[in-house]
Design a protein around this ligand. Structure first.
Ligand code: SF4
Ligand code: SF4
Ligand code: SF4
Ligand code: FES
Length: 972
């Protein structure tokens, strides 16, 4: 029998071509013991009489398992490099002395391996006997019973007795570390296999664990042998997943026992879009584990996706529809029919009174593609206008505008895996270790392998200097000067002859390029001229530009620190200019990569959530596109774009926009200038909020429709790589209906029929009407695991890398990016610049993560301030400080840190009472209205009491909670 495994990772895969190497069976759960190797040379050897061919560098263990021959193992697992400590995987190799460990022995051509013999069996039994003699014999009551590799291996090697007794020295009485809210460390069960330590280093890149002590004394230690919660551990769970015993064990498993079945779904937090396995007992989640075949995450997750799912069954969940005439009235629980009929009749009443355009809808980047598609369809077809917008307005709308204008497609160019081929990585205005942690782990691994890292950010974020990862350049620019910086980088590239002339000549519009070249070459764009603006020494900028242009494959990753500016769209185009000028686009390892904030920001934009665009980014003014949708939807569409979110607010305060359907989005907490948003909502006559909790927006609502979490519905999310992944229902919706079903009910009540019985039918319609989705269906997603759009006749399996031979728009277009200083300037009254961001443990407005144990890591928003600015003002860490801008004032506790540069302060916005957006202004991106969250001129001074806004908020909040409680008690 002969077995050829051409690097596909699956022993039973039929494909043999090199082109198929990346295609893995999306459901293969086998642990091959050591990682997959890629090599140009194949090696053929014999294992237990079978001929096996594998890529050079493969371990004997992996070759055996791929050939279907199981070798016992404990310290080896295929997500980690082999360690060779347990000696359970011993084999015999003809011509070699002794019994080498198969996990650390690479294959050689012609090798003859025996995995089974009496001698091997006896050696393995002896090893197991030693392990078991220092291990509690509580298998029947152990939480890992049935899911323990030690237990399995005892069975595999046929261990029947332990000769050494349990009287000698052992670790059986060692105390547990219960400090982490999600997992327990029980050293009495540790076999010192080092898998956790390697997982923390290799998979996560945090280096929080070591093996302390020697020989018999060796034990796993977090940081300097402190409890996990006091260590550098970020609770990603990689060590827990890697542990072969119950030493590191999820508390949920200890409490609920082993799962009965599992369902693969997609994380509902950030734009990495990790594939997770919901392990279930009936309708109860026992634990969430990273899917090793997940194409975005390859078996890793972070503290949010891995552990913070408890909000789904939190007591605060809204489970009954409710209505009220005024926001000062108590809520009244009603039937679904009554709530929907009331909402529809109010919307029609408002349209009769104020006109067709007086109502609109907001889609959510947390909902599925199918749900988002339905909301924009409802607005366009049933409301009869184009007043639909999405929360992407306030984060990545400039990405859509900027990339479309330059490259021709409103999305990132690469896969996450592409970073593994990058030689130079530039991170601009993104904080991946907090915002996109699983991608950050990949990025850090690549830097440890030798890639150069350049960070352009006002703050010294973690990735600038973290264990075994150091940025070669940190360009700590002043907030609001991104475009000055990108022009200075471009100036160096153009004036020092670093442009890839051949690429530009072949791939880009010559006239636009020449104009851009002349523009950036001007002396006033030089790093020297811009030094006073950016605050970054010119020589550092020159060095960074040279590295980017000449250091090999160079990839740019950017985040909201690029987009949330008055010149957000300009900066995105500036980044695309850099990539085109240096030929860093169109292959693996390079590209322009927006790190999307929420789980489905990409999808909500793709699905036509913007007022001017139908699904697939086609302008509503285009008659042919409109005709396509008019025929499919059986309705006449309006040709003019509708209102954007800020325009809706303005129109509301002017009395012309009076009704809003808001699904899964908290505009009061997340949009800038909270007071203006609150005034706008207070002016409206009917606000329908569909959400899982009484969020800040719902406190202004007249109809509250219970939302459903990602666990309660079928659908798809699209991550930052354009990867469409399935969301699968694992429990029934708590309030009876998934969000997509509720939108259908509302459409029907408005007199517009939507005939779908399952979200797959919605996706079929999207695919029919959207060229970049033509090849997408639930069947194909099940078959391939996930699909990166465009997926159509030309690319039936999707498109991992975009713009390979030509740009989507044909020729790439350089755009002149003149730096215009933000109107938000420091003055004597407001001498500091406030910038905002988020933190690893919390997510966005915090509605989900605040209702989990994640708050143990971050229980309040704080104001980070440089020691010099703090000293000037007599501020100490922990003091209450007032932060005042021209928009408003709030009070937070101060945290003094050298991560900040002098003159710049920073806060997160995860808690509504912080009022971070009370102080952000309505200054916004010139092209898209994306708010300038990242630059607000403020004064910071010590104070004794909350701000007036906070006192008012506290009163309003208490009143609204009481009104909700009245509904709950009347419904009992
Ligand atoms: S949970 Fe993650 S960060 Fe913490 S010790 Fe384990 S692997 Fe390291
Ligand atoms: S804690 Fe688990 S993974 Fe870590 S050394 Fe002990 S048994 Fe191995
Ligand atoms: S929050 Fe992001 S990185 Fe963390 S598990 Fe979810 S998708 Fe992955
Ligand atoms: S599995 Fe090979 S030495 Fe442990």
């Amino acid at each position: 029998m002969s077995n050829t495994i051409n690097g596909c990772g699956s022993g039973n895969c039929a494909c043999k071509s090199a082109a198929s190497v990346q295609r893995r069976d999306p459901f293969d759960e086998t642990d091959y013991g050591t990682p997959l190797r890629h090599a140009d040379i194949d090696v053929t050897l014999e294992i237990d009489g079978q001929s096996v061919t594998v890529p050079a560098g493969t371990s004997v263990m992996r070759a055996s398992i791929e050939a279907g021959v199981n070798v016992p193992k404990l310290c080896a697992t295929d997500s980690l490099e082999p360690w060779g400590s347990c000696r359970l995987c011993l084999v015999e190799i003809e011509g070699k002395r002794g019994y080498p460990a198969s996990c650390t022995t690479p294959v050689e051509a012609g090798m003859k391996v025996r995995t089974q013999s009496d001698k091997l069996q006896s050696l393995r039994r002896n090893v197991m006997e030693l392990y078991i003699s220092d291990h509690p014999l509580d298998c029947l009551t152990c939480p890992a019973n049935g899911d323990c590799e030690l237990q399995d291996m005892a069975g595999v090697v046929g261990l029947r007795e332990v000769r050494y007794g349990y009287e000698g020295a052992n670790h059986l009485k060692e105390a547990k570390d219960e400090s982490n809210p999600y997992f327990t460390y029980d050293p009495s069960k540790c076999i010192v296999c080092n898998r956790c330590v390697r997982a923390c280093e290799e998979t996560q890149g945090t280096f929080a664990l070591t093996i302390a002590g020697r020989g018999f004394e060796s034990r796993v230690a977090a940081s300097e042998s402190v409890p996990f919660m006091e260590s550098e551990c970020v609770s990603c769970g990689a060590c827990v997943a890697a542990c072969p015993t119950a030493t590191l064990q999820e508390k949920s498993v200890i409490m609920l026992g082993q799962a009965e079945h599992s369902v693969v779904t997609t994380c509902a937090y950030c734009g990495v879009g990790c594939s997770l396995k919901a392990e279930m007992k009936g309708n109860t989640v026992v634990r969430m584990t990273p899917n090793k075949n997940g194409q975005a995450n390859e078996g890793h997750a972070c503290v949010k996706g891995r552990f913070a799912w408890g909000y789904a069954t939190h007591k605060d969940r809204i489970k009954k529809p409710m209505i009220r005439a005024k926001i000062t009235d108590p809520w009244r629980e009603v039937s679904w029919d009554e709530a929907i009929d009331y909402a529809a009749s109010e919307f029609r009443r408002i349209q009769d009174k104020y006109g067709r355009d007086s109502i609109g809808g907001i889609t959510s980047s947390r909902c599925t593609n199918e749900e988002t598609y339905l909301v924009q369809k409802l607005v366009r077809a049933a409301f009869g206008n184009n007043n639909v917008d999405t929360c992407a307005r306030v984060c990545h709308s400039p990405t859509g505008y900027g990339l479309k204008a330059t490259l021709g497609e409103s999305a990132g160019t690469q896969t996450f895996a592409s970073v593994e081929k990058a030689d130079v990585i530039v991170v601009i205005g993104a904080n991946p270790t907090d915002g996109h942690p699983v991608f950050a782990s990949r990025l850090k691994r690549r830097v440890r392998e030798g890639a150069q890292l350049i960070v352009i950010d006002p703050r010294r974020i973690d990735i600038v200097d973290t264990p075994h990862v150091k940025a070669s350049h940190h360009l700590a620019l002043r907030p609001g000067t991104n475009v000055a910086m990108v022009n200075a980088l471009a100036h160096v590239i153009v004036t020092e002859g670093l442009v890839d002339e051949a690429f530009v000549a072949e791939r880009c519009e010559p006239r636009a390029f020449q104009q851009w070249r002349d523009f950036v070459a001007q002396e006033d764009n030089s790093p020297e001229a811009m030094e006073a603006v950016t605050g970054v020494p010119a020589e550092k900028v020159r060095e960074a530009a040279r590295i980017y242009a000449t250091g090999g494959n160079a990839a740019i990753y950017y985040g909201l620190g690029v987009t949330e500016h008055a010149q957000g769209s300009t900066m995105v185009m500036g980044i695309a200019n850099l990539a085109m000028a240096t030929a860093n686009v169109g292959r693996e390892g390079v590209g322009v990569n927006p790190l999307r904030g929420q789980n489905n920001v990409q999808g909500s934009c793709d699905m036509g959530s913007f007022p001017h665009e139908l699904p697939g980014y086609r302008h509503i003014g285009d008659a042919a596109t409109r005709a396509l949708f008019e025929e499919a939807w059986n309705v006449k569409l309006q040709p003019e774009p509708g209102l954007r979110i800020p325009n809706m607010f303005d129109a509301a305060t002017h009395g012309t926009f009076m009704g809003l359907y808001c699904q899964g989005e908290d505009i009061v907490q997340s949009d800038p200038n909270t007071q203006h948003v609150a005034d706008a909502l207070s002016s409206m006559e009917c606000i329908v909020v569909q959400d899982i909790f009484l969020n800040e927006t719902a406190k202004y609502a007249h109809v509250l429709l219970p939302g459903s979490t990602f666990l309660e519905k079928d659908g798809t999310f699209t991550n930052a790589e354009r990867r469409i992944s399935r969301v699968r229902k694992v429990m029934p919706p708590l309030a009876g209906f998934s969000d997509w079903e509720v939108t259908i009910k509302l459409a029907r009540a408005l007199g517009y029929e939507m005939e779908y019985t399952h979200p797959s039918e919605i996706m079929d319609e999207i695919a029919r009407l959207t060229p970049t989705f033509h090849g997408v269906s639930y069947d194909r997603l099940d078959e391939l695991g996930s699909i990166q759009w465009p997926c159509n006749e030309k690319a039936p399996d999707g498109t991992p890398t975009m713009h390979i031979d030509e740009f989507v728009r044909g020729k790439g277009r350089f755009v002149i990016t003149k730096f215009v200083a933000t109107p938000e300037k420091v003055t004597r009254k407001y001498p500091l610049l406030l910038t905002t961001g988020r933190i690893l443990s919390q997510y966005n407005v915090g509605a989900q993560t605040r209702r989990t144990e994640n708050s143990r890591w971050h229980e309040e928003d704080r104001l980070e301030i440089h020691p010099a600015d703090a000293e000037d003002r007599g501020i100490r860490t922990g003091d209450w400080v007032g932060i005042e801008s021209r928009a408003g004032q709030t009070v937070l506790r101060a945290k003094i840190t050298e991560r900040m540069q002098p003159g710049v302060v920073y806060t997160t916005f995860h808690f509504p009472e912080s009022g971070a957006n009370v102080i952000t202004t309505d200054s916004s991106d010139w092209a898209t209205n994306c708010p300038e969250y990242k630059v607000t001129a403020v004064q910071v001074l010590p104070v004794e009491q909350p701000s007036q806004w906070q006192k008012d908020y506290s009163r309003f909040n208490t009143q609204q909670l009481e009104l909700l409680n009245l509904a709950a008690s009347s419904g009992k």
